[in-house]
Every structure is written in C-alpha cells, then in structure tokens.
Design a protein around this ligand. Structure first.
Ligand SMILES: CC(C)(COP(=O)(O)OP(=O)(O)OC[C@H]1O[C@@H](n2cnc3c(N)ncnc32)[C@H](O)[C@@H]1OP(=O)(O)O)[C@@H](O)C(=O)NCCC(=O)NCCS
Length: 141
C-alpha cells in the first residue's frame, strides 16, 4: 500500500466511492451528492490546511481514501473503493495513515457498521459512547 496526498485528479474517484450505496448508508448524510457540489467541496478540501486527504494505492490501483480534519482534536474517516472492500485493504490503509498523525484522533461509526467498528477497534480506538446511532471512538495520543 502506497499512501499519497490526494490531487484534483482523484476528485471523480472519490465522488464515485462516496456515491456507493453502502458508503451513503453508513454516513450521517446518506443523500446522493451532486457531482458539481462534490467537485467544489473537493477543491476546497485540497486547499484547506486543516484537512488532509490521502489516497492509498496498490499496484497502481486506487484502493481508498483517508481524511483527517483537524480541530481541537483530529477526526478521521475512511472510504475504501467498493471494488476492493473486505480484503484487508481498509486495515492497511488506516493503519498506515494513522502513523502520519499525532494527538487525539476520533471517529464516529454507525452502530451497525461492523466492518468499520472492527477495523477501528483493532487499531486502538476506544469506544467512548453512543449518540444518535453513531458510536464515538477515540484513539488517545
Ligand atoms: C469500513 C471499511 C473502511 C473497512 O475496510 P475493508 O477493506 O472493507 O475492511 P478490511 O478487509 O480491512 O477488514 C477490517 C475488519 O472488518 C471485517 N470486515 C470486513 N468486511 C466486513 C463485512 N462486510 N462485515 C463484517 N465485517 C467485515 C474484517 O473481517 C476485518 O476484521 P478481522 O481482521 O477481525 O477479520 C470499508 O468497508 C468501507 O469503506 N465501507 C464503506 C464506508 C465506511 O463505512 N467507512 C467508515 C465510516 S466510519
């Protein structure tokens, strides 16, 4: 797995993965996302010093994205390319990405997102509590 910063050339792939029904079902905003809206969001995200978008590649194929949003704590989210799920890539992608951040890192995971819960728990995230059907996890610094 090679991890690299996202570029404008990744915008459509990231949008396609975000449109995937499972991704939407596991999100707080399950509605379909308009392509133009996404392209504008993506350009802003690339320029935002408080956001980091990383793309994982294996053998030249884009496997997924990890996003870090920095505030008082850092929030992490992950989306694996639907064509590559459930093959261990999510674990490789997140564990490698986590090596690039320090401090407290938190994530919100839907109660019924068993793959994601398993993934984050394996990587040292601790369950903090449940709110609105989402479990909050923290990886302490
Ligand atoms: C959640 C997600 C990132 C996991 O990545 P992945 O590559 O599919 O998962 P991995 O193959 O690395 O497996 C991670 C763990 O989840 C388990 N798992 C994988 N797919 C699963 C599934 N469909 N159901 C239940 N558990 C599953 C694996 O067995 C593994 O646990 P193990 O090591 O105990 O066997 C990925 O499925 C995804 O992008 N889902 C849609 C978006 C999403 O939910 N993002 C997270 C929002 S918090």
């Amino acid at each position: 797995m090679i991890l690299r910063p996202a570029t404008e050339a990744d915008a459509v792939d990231v949008w396609t993965w975000r449109q995937d029904p499972l991704t939407r079902a596991m999100s707080r905003t399950p509605e379909e996302i308009d392509r133009h809206f996404h392209m504008a969001w993506f350009a802003r995200a690339l320029a935002d010093p408080d956001r980091t978008l990383l793309i994982g590649e294996v053998d030249g194929e884009k496997i997924g994205m990890v996003r870090f949003d920095r505030g008082s704590e850092t929030e992490v989210s992950i989306n694996v390319n639907p064509a590559y799920r459930s093959r261990g890539h999510g674990h490789a992608l997140l564990s490698q990405a986590m090596q690039s951040v320090g401090g407290d890192v938190w994530a919100e995971i839907r109660e019924d997102n068993h793959a994601s819960r398993r993934l984050f728990e394996q990587l040292g995230f601790e369950f903090q509590g449940l709110r609105d059907g989402f479990r909050r996890y923290l990886r302490p610094a």
